[in-house]
Design a protein. Structure first.
Length: 278
């Protein structure tokens, strides 16, 4: 078969309009990022949560974080319990991310059976930590991952109103969140990093081991803050949870039997010593 060289100088014919072919895209090797737009009622609940959390005494979460940011108040479990609508939105977004990511991960015939079994599972999610980030001009978050969890998220409440434009027109990174590629090094087909300009009401959900960073920004107002909320989440399936409980019960039962056996041995030794002394 002779293939026509479209780069040949003698080729003066115009290429045909590209056809849309039936295709299935398979991408099992990279982690995805889910982007959500909060509905107005949910966004209002988030604003109420911020007001409640920052009203009065604030418990700082910053000592446990890598960010060079001074104001990072924690949303404690006691506070979160007062905002069930917001909590449910977070759990639903995590659940949707997990389902989509696992569908991608278990691509191909090799993962077909596992995927079928996973789709039957009931996914149990829980929020492990949550905190607000009140970032001021010059503050930043270096490249990092999140630990002791499986899924992480960030959602934006407010962006700077007087941010100064970056000096380089061809690369405007100031104040953006950047996700670093963790799946390959082919620059032609894999972008080594992907940046987004934060917008109020937008939410990103990603795997906890996804490297990411937040760039500093400049502003004509030193108090011109960018406010966001971050949270970490964990998940398991109901079958895995039931199995863990069964294993724990089995372990406790074995420990109980071992303890009873030790007590019997101690009693036998004591009785033997009494008989000898008698």
């Amino acid at each position: 078969m002779k293939i026509k060289n479209l780069l040949d100088d003698n080729n003066t014919t115009q290429p045909e309009e590209p056809k849309v072919l039936p295709v299935e895209f398979i991408q099992p090797w990279s982690n995805m990022i889910c982007k959500f737009k909060l509905p107005d009622p949910v966004f209002e609940k988030l604003l109420e949560l911020y007001d409640y959390t920052t009203n009065g005494r604030i418990k700082s979460f910053g000592d446990q974080l890598v960010g060079q940011i001074e104001n990072e108040p924690e949303v404690t479990p006691e506070i979160l319990d007062k905002f069930p609508e917001w909590s449910q939105w977070c759990l639903d977004s995590v659940r949707q991310f997990i389902q989509t990511q696992m569908t991608q991960t278990l691509s191909g015939d090799s993962g077909k059976k596992q995927l079928e079994e996973f789709k039957k599972e009931e996914i149990m999610t829980r929020i492990t930590t949550m905190w607000f980030v009140n970032q001021k001009p010059g503050e930043y978050n270096p490249a990092h991952i999140h630990t002791n969890c499986k899924v992480s998220s960030v959602v934006y409440l407010k962006t700077p109103q007087n941010q100064v434009k970056g000096r380089k027109d061809h690369y405007q990174a100031d104040g953006q969140i950047t996700f670093m590629n963790n799946s390959g090094t082919d620059r032609q087909f894999a972008n080594p990093q992907c940046s987004f300009e934060p917008k109020a009401g937008e939410m990103y959900v990603f795997t906890a081991l996804q490297h990411h960073m937040v760039w500093p920004y400049r502003s004509t107002d030193p108090d011109d803050s960018r406010i966001s909320l971050s949270f970490n989440a964990d998940f398991t399936t109901k079958n895995q949870l039931d199995m863990q409980r069964q294993n724990q019960e089995k372990m406790f039962e074995e420990m109980k039997k071992h303890k009873e056996s030790e007590m019997k041995d101690d009693k036998s030794v004591t009785d033997g010593n009494i008989n000898k002394s008698g």
